[in-house]
Design a protein around this ligand. Sequence first.
Ligand code: SF4
Length: 291
Amino acid sequence: MALVSNKLPGNAAGDFFVDSSCIDCDACRQIAPESFRDSGGQSVVCRQPDTPEQVRRALMALIACPTASIGTTRRYDVKAAIDCFPEPIDANVYFCGFTSESSFGAWSYLIVRPPDLGGNVLVDSPRYNAHLVRRLAALGGVATMFLTHKDDIADHARFAARFACKRVMHAADGAAVLGIEHVIPGRTAVRLDDHLTAIPTPGHTRGHMVLLYHNKMLFTGDHLSWSPARGQLRASRNTCWYSWSEQTRSMRLLLDYDFEWVLPGHGRIHHTTRDQMRVLLQHCVARMAES
Ligand code: SF4
């Protein structure tokens, strides 16, 4: 719980505040950009929410925050904000909210599909929370849990136990030790069903994978994200734990695929045309190869 006594000095005066436990995961700034900003290594409330919509978005950020670093000095009813998660992104794809500190606030996503099309897919693990579990159950539960890499698995075991779902993860990120049901070996892409392809993308970690859905949505974990400031797709060399040359090679292989959306664990989401996404990816690969 956020403590007023630890309130960061840069917060705008008013009810909402961020305290010193903030880990700078960026979730609040994405969810409620009118109310939160980066103050150099941590977030602060830059402007107090005043419209009902701004309050709702600020409360959603409070719910999603992995470290409970956002607080209020008076009581708010957070039920409506809780019920906003999972939040629709596009058609049947949702952002789960409820990020986990153990995955540094990584974003997880839900693909909602009828059982005859393979059922729902949870991409990476949110924080295990009773409200979220109820909402997931109401949306049809979880048939498959796709884990992009070992850093963003959070509460995977609890979700797997609750929904009796099959988990998919790469062997090189320790899937066998974790008791994963479907272990992907090697570097060859694997079609999980008619619309889902698991693509090994070693680099950030040895066993990193991305998930392609419907040749449209690419769930990229910590492999690839969007930088609005630069207007570029980017990979992070600072957080490349395994091999930058491998990550560059993996990035180049993504040019073989079509997609319109990049949905990362960390960093910003991007949506554009397939053609424009390919151009952006080509530029990203070129910059990686030069660095
Ligand atoms: S969501 Fe929480 S931890 Fe993440 S930047 Fe905002 S206040 Fe900090």
